[in-house]
Write a protein that binds this ligand. Sequence first.
Ligand code: MTE
Length: 308
Amino acid sequence: MPIKKSSDLRYSEVTPQSTYLNRRTFLSAVPLAGAALLATRAKAAAKLSAIKGPFSTDEKPTPYQDVASYNNFYEFGTGKDQPSKNANRLKTSPWTIAVEGAVSKPKVFDLADVMKMAPLEERIYRHRCVEAWSIVVPWIGFPLNVLIKAVEPTTKAKFVAFQSLYDSKYMLSERSAGIAFPYVEGLRMDEAMHPLALLCFGMYGQELPNQDGAPVRLVVPWKYGFKSIKSIVKIKFVEKEPPTTWNLSNSREYGFYSNVNPTVDHPRWSQASERRLGEFLKRKTLMFNGYADQVASLYTGMDLRKYY
Ligand code: MTE
């Protein structure tokens, strides 16, 4: 009998999350299951209702399990399977985001207040990792520019710097992870204001699972995945281009802009094609990850080989 690959399954055929969460809760009660299973037990994610947002691709979403079990989140391990096992240590409530720097109205926001700033939208975006794999995810959030407008940036705000939570008590040390913490990222102001840039709280109709960046992350779909910083605690408006984690770690391989670009190879591998998680054959990578119509004008006149 042919075995169904996860890629053959339709979104609706995937085990509902509540079912497998219950299964895990049951399993973790079995003494033999021990610490390993306890570690993988996910919190029961709350549902998030959202209206359909613009810019959604009509491509088939990647199965939830793939998106929630193959992750990069170095604070919880450098292997793709480790964040889903370890990120349950992250305490996502209470959660605040400090918004500061060159703004008229700096404020430390409670996450709940941020989430009320605009209607939540579901947007199905392509997401392309610099390591040449990709996923299609129904994210839930609203444009980052909603939060930016609320704090009224001054004319000195030319870039936006983002910072993730870091707590050495339950996250990897810099030495074990091989990168500096806290994880930091940045966008030019016009990129951050672009309606595609999403402040994201959920996926697949639910709150984000911890390993995908709970309780709040960025999704910048025309850039390589590492620009989409997870578990954000600080947003600062600045005059100069801010440091970014992967550029600090290896500036030859990772630039500030990091727009998806099939014509500029990574020094160690090609960026011309990608493997969609759950699929066998590779597909061609598209300029700006397929969002060129929306964002190419942001980079008119820039040499994208120099500003990679
Ligand atoms: N954010 C933090 N705080 N720490 C990380 O290690 N990894 C980045 C990005 N955001 C990372 C992060 C990288 S390399 C990628 S490819 C994406 O998260 C992966 O997002 P995903 O696991 O939801 O697919």
